[in-house]
Design a protein around this ligand. Structure first.
Ligand code: C5P
Length: 402
């Protein structure tokens, strides 16, 4: 069912002022049913047809109506909202609204968001058939389509004004399906993908362990993006506090050794192996059977190296296509390429962790794709959106092996 793609997606529903605005309520309800996070933006005219209160109750979030409202901007400014979204759907999109978006106007919140958006934009036109057929509207629609705006509909049929013809807004169910398909890239259709994510915990005694701050967000986002791309996925996850992906298999592990065993088993049956886990480099040589008592002022722990999981998978005969991540603080690309060669990887994504706004434990990431022959910097983006880009890049390069 295509609408599964909407789970956890952040969707802006933009409502402009047409009679079909009442159908936007049903659309929001459906998106919520599919477990999308929805924020509604309404133009002034839209509020003549349906109240913000209705949409607030259905979406579970305050409705955004004003561009220049200091209170609302302080809560979530228009640029922040534009960056928050995984997609925006304007439904209904009136002739005037389409014209304003086509012209790149920023004269109200909805138009400004369309302008500032860094995610797919879709519009569901809804208007009188003569207005739809008008050359001006057709020119605007053609321009928007050329710029990559997804146009959902309109359908033909009887209209609220009594006319019959094209201009009816698609039904909420159809809009949800069309929106869902925007997230369907299909680049990994039929492939089996295994992803490691999160930190590992290395036991010292029954109550203590050594670990790190990895959140697992990148790996979880990649698992979701891989499913959307048509892959069957196995996520091997260290201990994290994230909602489990809606689809795909998840195996929970604790230590690096657990992760190694799970990875080798999964790697034998997968086409692509992506290692995002922050595996602890060392583990205590001895794990105490009982809780260690604090007797002296210092304590010495003897540590031994953990195996490199990704290298072990990459060394497998007829092993999968191997993708790694390299978090570096300097000479980022150089060190990443060195890792690519040392670990015998096909691809590595390098990021500069000296910048606290990206990478480890943050919501955003900026990476450079590094392969034997390429160095490709990718745009900074929220991890969930970046994950879709990475999956597309991986899909484009697979399979490289003879
Ligand atoms: O820690 P390092 O910079 O070597 O990590 C690079 C890549 O290797 C990452 O993709 C990481 O998930 C993987 N790795 C691993 N097992 C380890 C250490 C790192 O799979 N023990």
């Amino acid at each position: 069912m295509p609408t599964r793609n909407l789970c956890n997606k952040r969707i802006i529903v933009g409502i402009s002022g047409g009679i079909a605005a009442y159908k936007a309520a049903e659309l929001v309800r459906r998106l919520i049913e599919h477990r999308a996070e929805v924020r509604v933006v309404m133009t002034r005219a839209a509020q003549e047809f349906i109240t913000p209160l209705t949409l607030q109750a259905l979406s579970g979030n305050p409705v955004h109506t004003e561009l220049l409202d200091t209170g609302a901007e302080a809560a979530m400014g228009h640029i922040e909202l534009a960056r928050w979204a995984d997609a925006m759907l304007v439904a209904p999109a009136t002739a005037d609204c389409l014209a304003r978006i086509a012209q790149g106007k920023g004269d109200d919140l909805l138009a400004t968001l369309a302008l500032a958006l860094d995610a797919p934009l879709a519009a569901a036109p809804a208007m009188n058939q003569a207005m739809w057929r008008n050359a001006a509207t057709q020119a605007n629609v053609a321009l928007l389509a050329r710029r990559g705006v997804h146009l959902f509909g309109p359908a033909e049929g009887p209209q609220a004004c009594g006319d019959v013809g094209p201009g009816r807004m698609l039904e909420a169910r159809q809009l949800a399906e069309r929106l869902s398909s925007l997230f369907d890239s299909g680049v990994l259709a039929g492939l089996r993908v295994c992803i490691t994510a999160g930190p590992t915990r290395e036991a010292i005694d029954p109550v203590r362990y050594i670990s790190n701050h990895s959140s697992g967000k990148m790996g979880y986002a990649l698992a979701e993006a891989a499913v959307e791309a048509g892959a069957s996925t196995t996520l091997i996850s260290g201990p994290v506090v994230l909602e489990l992906p809606h689809r795909g298999k998840v195996e929970h592990v604790n230590s690096a050794m657990d992760m190694l065993h799970a990875s080798l088993a999964a790697a034998a049956e997968c086409d692509i192996f992506i290692a995002t886990a922050a595996v602890a480099d060392y583990r205590p040589r001895q794990v105490a059977g009982q809780k260690i008592k604090k007797s002296s002022t210092t304590m010495v722990l003897e540590l031994e190296r953990n195996p490199d999981i990704l290298s072990a998978v990459a060394a497998l005969e007829h092993g999968p296509y191997c993708v790694g991540f390299a978090a570096e603080t300097d000479r980022v690309v150089e060190y990443a390429r060195d890792k690519l060669q040392r670990k015998k990887l096909d691809l590595i994504f390098a990021n500069d962790v000296s910048d606290p706004s990206i990478g480890f434990n943050s919501d955003e990431n900026l990476v450079t794709l590094v392969s034997e022959s390429e160095t490709l910097p990718l745009d900074k983006a929220p991890k969930r959106r970046l994950a879709r880009t990475l999956i597309t890049e991986i899909g484009r390069r697979y399979p490289p092996r003879a």
